[in-house]
Design a protein around this ligand. Structure first.
Ligand SMILES: Nc1ncnc2c1ncn2[C@@H]1O[C@H](COP(=O)(O)OP(=O)(O)OP(=O)(O)O)[C@@H](O)[C@H]1O
Ligand SMILES: O=C(O)c1ccc[n+]([C@@H]2O[C@H](COP(=O)([O-])O)[C@@H](O)[C@H]2O)c1
Length: 191
């Protein structure tokens, strides 16, 4: 690690419609397993692959109600920068904070979906990525296109704490005990 290395920051993007304990499980893994200094809950203004979402400021209220530790913060930087695609956000953040060590956090459903994201290979070249196992189809995610393509760059789970100091491309897959919550299940229960 360079002596000029800045804080290790987990970028945890989501729709959070609403936020729930499954999200907290991912953010906690960022602090505990990955030993990041901070985790930013990035409220996506509009996931390009999802139907229209309520206002990000309304969705953020459900995050705020969770009483987050000091090392976690809620961020509207995607609204402020007017970015919608993760690659564009990462480029802007890396310009703004060249010494920060950004790590992208996501659940395993998003690993399976990653090939549909704008310039996903560019994302992998720019930031280390941590995948947190999620019930559903984790085997497909683990053995899917991204995992095969990036097999040589995978860090074993027992070395996950080194991910933040590893140059991209690098990724790890955390097989923590599952958390089975989802926003869609919560929305369905409310109807
Ligand atoms: N229970 C969970 N375990 C692991 N990762 C999760 C869990 N719930 C959400 N995530 C991850 O958190 C990020 C944000 O997810 P999102 O806000 O879309 O919630 P969601 O529960 O997946 O929503 P929906 O059910 O509406 O698709 C994604 O990377 C997703 O994979
Ligand atoms: O960049 C993309 O093409 C892209 C496509 C789909 C989702 N994302 C991002 O993935 C993150 C998780 O989204 P979601 O809706 O699954 O919570 C959020 O930060 C989105 O902006 C990004």
């Amino acid at each position: 690690m360079s002596s000029r290395a800045g804080p290790a920051i987990g970028l945890f993007g989501g729709s959070f419609n609403p936020a729930h304990a499954g999200h907290r499980h991912v953010a906690d893994a960022g602090l505990r397993e990955l030993q990041l200094d901070q985790v930013w809950w990035l409220v996506s203004p509009q996931n390009p692959l999802k139907p229209a979402q309520p206002s990000p400021y309304d969705r953020a209220k459900s995050i705020a109600s969770m009483d987050l530790p000091y090392a976690m913060k809620i961020s509207h930087v995607e609204s402020d920068l007017n970015t919608r695609y993760t690659i564009d956000l990462i480029k802007r953040l890396q310009e703004q904070q060249p010494f920060a060590r950004f790590v992208l956090l996501m659940g395993s459903d998003n690993l399976a979906q990653l090939p549909r994201w704008k310039d996903w290979q560019g994302i992998m070249r720019r930031v280390p990525v941590a995948i947190i196992a999620r019930p559903g189809d984790p085997v497909r995610a683990r053995l899917g296109r991204v995992a095969r393509h990036m097999a040589d760059h995978r860090i074993p789970e027992r070395f996950a704490h080194t991910l933040k100091d590893t140059s991209a491309p690098a990724w790890t897959y955390l097989t923590l005990p599952f958390n089975s919550l989802s926003s869609s299940a919560l929305r369905a229960a409310e109807r």
